[in-house]
Design a protein around this ligand. Structure first.
Ligand code: TMP
Length: 205
């Protein structure tokens, strides 16, 4: 893995049900087939105390203001900071299925100021590569359905969030990948982006 001691952190992002889980898992298998060591994490992590609280407001059994909701999403990452840092020291690549970038996209879509949201993430490990899976909520809805929790049921929020991802991608250099194409085509587009970042980090695929 070249001379670097820290693993590369790759965030898989996008609106609900756009295929992040499938693509994270395909990317993981592909990297392993190329002899990279990998670990994976997913946010929200519903297994922690704060994650349980996140689950409650997503299911509507608890009501919080947007500020509190997005502070809890960020706090959920802070709960996992030490674990994530240890992972990054132990493997070549850590894949996160949603990370800080979710809070910037969903938070701004919920009317919160970007600098305030960015500040909540300050001090957490930074993503080396952000891959935004992009498809319209209409396509996603026809493919998978969006009806699990209060964020998923809100098609207006999904539309605003898709636009937020596209704007933030321009601002922060996130890579947007068309996820309305088939699973395989999306996966190979992701692999190319990852190869480029690994090469830039001194690791040849
Ligand atoms: P999930 O469906 O991927 O488990 O995520 C639940 C919802 O939480 C999803 O609509 C996106 C939202 N979310 C945020 O708004 N901020 C965050 O930081 C994270 C991780 C998720």
């Amino acid at each position: 893995m070249g001379g670097s001691t820290k693993g590369v952190l790759i965030a898989i992002e996008g609106i609900d049900a756009v295929g992040k889980r499938t693509q994270s898992s395909l990317l993981n298998s592909w990297l392993r087939s190329k002899s990279f060591t990998t670990s994976a994490m997913s946010f929200p992590d519903y297994g922690t105390a704060i994650g349980q609280e996140v689950k409650r407001f997503l299911l509507g059994t608890r009501n919080y203001s947007p500020e509190v909701r997005h502070m809890l999403f960020a706090a959920n990452r802070w709960e996992k900071k030490a674990e994530l840092e240890a992972m990054l020291l132990g493997v070549d690549v850590v894949i996160v299925n949603r990370y800080s970038e979710s809070n910037l996209a969903y938070g701004t879509s919920n009317g919160l100021p970007l600098p305030w949201l960015v500040n909540l993430e300050e001090g957490l490990p930074k993503s080396d590569l952000v891959l935004v899976l992009d498809a319209s909520p209409g396509v996603v809805y026809r493919r998978r359905g969006l009806n699990k929790d209060r964020y998923e049921r809100n098609v207006g929020l999904q539309e605003r969030t898709r636009n937020a991802y596209l704007m933030l991608a321009k601002e922060f250099g996130w890579k947007v990948v068309d996820a309305s194409q088939g699973i395989e085509a999306t996966s190979s587009a992701l692999n190319s982006e990852v190869s480029a970042v690994l090469a830039a980090n001194g690791r040849t695929v």
